[in-house]
Design a protein around this ligand. Structure first.
Ligand code: PLP
Length: 400
């Protein structure tokens, strides 16, 4: 019996693949500061739970495949507040942004098609594009240039005759890079010139710092027929477990084709959509506090990282991740050491090794992604443990 080669060639998530070692360490009583996954510790707004508690239908029925109408109306209002005009019929509710991406790639790609994307990229893009029969054409970037990629030269160098889609995550997971308005314009002109679909993932839209302005791709009417926006409540409202995301496209033909996929899975969970609709009723200033909190955390983690000799990183402009090159030979090997052999007073840390965010062989070997999703004092402590861990690991290597 044989399995699908396409799926066999997929990788396990670099964010989750060390979980069993972490579980074993926890069982032995070690405390682990988990910076590997973008799971915020911010409290989910109570309106989410209240709306579900107040749900008083007698039968929990299937919902519409396009999604709950109150939720879609709430999203239309939210978009209006961020300067984006859309109607409830241009949306499709999905099981998280993850399913939105899967449906989009299934609807756009044929076997062998390529999606252009800055590397390092959020690793699930690799899996989901592969599942749809395509592959990523990576645009190489480097930490020293702040992972910048949106220049005509870089985009054209990565383009091939198989490129059909350009994917943008803005601000970026894993690098935290936020595009300038000029860079957004460059990507738009490039997509038009080469007749590409533009998949824009703005799930971290609210998390941008230092007074920077977010220029959404949905602000530009000249690309509305080629634009697909991916969004989610997971990070925006600290509601990762609700599994609610959505697609916004004004391209009716594409919308129709994605609806075929949405109908094949019937609908998203009814109760979570009721809760999500209540979240979209929150005042816009809800984000001010969380943005401030993440900014404090970003500043704290960067301050502590700058005390680690040999660590190379750039202060990120958005999202809640920082990519760092560590002074170790191999970030996966070092993580195994941290989880299985090392602790400081019973405590250790966990991160996502960055090689899984690259497709290019040999890249990201000594690089890691840290998610600053813990309280400031915990982040500071985690970075102190990291520093001591690097010293112990390198000492062990030197003695071999
Ligand atoms: C850039 C980006 N897009 C999409 C997702 C998917 O999020 P979810 O499926 O929880 O909505 C994530 C999750 O970390 C992400 O970082």
């Amino acid at each position: 019996m044989k399995l699908s080669t396409k799926i066999q060639e997929m990788n396990y998530s670099p964010i989750r693949k060390f979980n069993s070692y972490a579980a074993a360490a926890s069982e032995q009583g070690k405390k682990i500061y988990k910076l590997n996954i973008g799971q915020p510790d911010i409290i989910t707004p109570t309106v989410f739970f209240e709306a579900i508690r107040n749900f008083d239908e007698k039968v929990l029925e299937y919902g519409e495949s396009i999604g709950n109408i109150e939720l879609r109306e709430g999203i239309v209002k939210y978009f209006k507040n961020v300067g984006v005009e859309c109607t409830k019929d241009e949306l499709i509710i999905t099981n998280g942004g993850s399913e939105a991406l899967l449906f989009i790639f299934l609807a756009l790609l044929n076997e062998g098609d390529e999606a252009l994307m800055a590397e390092p990229f959020y690793s699930n893009y690799h899996s989901l594009i592969k599942a749809a029969g395509g592959s990523i054409a990576p645009i190489p970037t480097i930490a020293e240039e702040g992972y910048a990629y949106a220049s005509k030269e870089k985009l054209e160098a990565a383009l091939t005759d198989k490129t059909k889609v350009m994917c943008v995550v803005n601000p970026s997971n894993p690098t935290g890079t936020l595009l300038t308005e000029e860079e957004v314009r460059t990507v738009i002109d490039f997509a038009i010139e080469h007749d590409l679909w533009l998949v824009v993932d703005e799930v971290y839209r609210e998390f941008i710092y230092d007074g920077q302005e977010m220029s959404s791709f949905a602000h530009y009417p000249e690309i509305e027929d080629r634009l697909i926006v991916v969004d989610s409540i997971s990070k925006r409202f600290a509601s990762c477990g609700a599994r609610i995301g959505y697609i916004m496209t004004k391209n009716e033909e594409l919308h129709g084709n994605i609806m075929k996929l949405a109908q094949s899975k019937l609908c998203c969970p009814t109760l979570e959509q009721v809760g999500a609709a209540a979240l979209y009723g929150l005042e816009a200033n809800y984000f001010d506090e969380t943005r401030e909190e993440y900014k404090r955390r970003r500043d704290a983690i960067c301050e502590e990282l700058s005390k680690i000799e040999g660590a190379v990183f750039r202060k990120p402009g958005g999202a809640f991740y920082v990519m760092v090159k560590l002074p170790v030979d191999n970030a996966e090997d070092f993580l195994m050491f941290l989880l299985t052999e090392f602790d400081v007073d019973g405590e250790t840390i966990m991160y996502a090794p960055a090689s899984g965010f690259y497709q290019t062989e040999g890249c990201g070997i000594n690089e890691v992604r840290l998610a600053y999703v813990l309280k400031e004092e915990d982040l500071r402590r985690a970075m102190q443990i990291l520093k001591l861990g690097i010293e112990a690991y390198n000492k062990k290597k030197a003695n071999k």
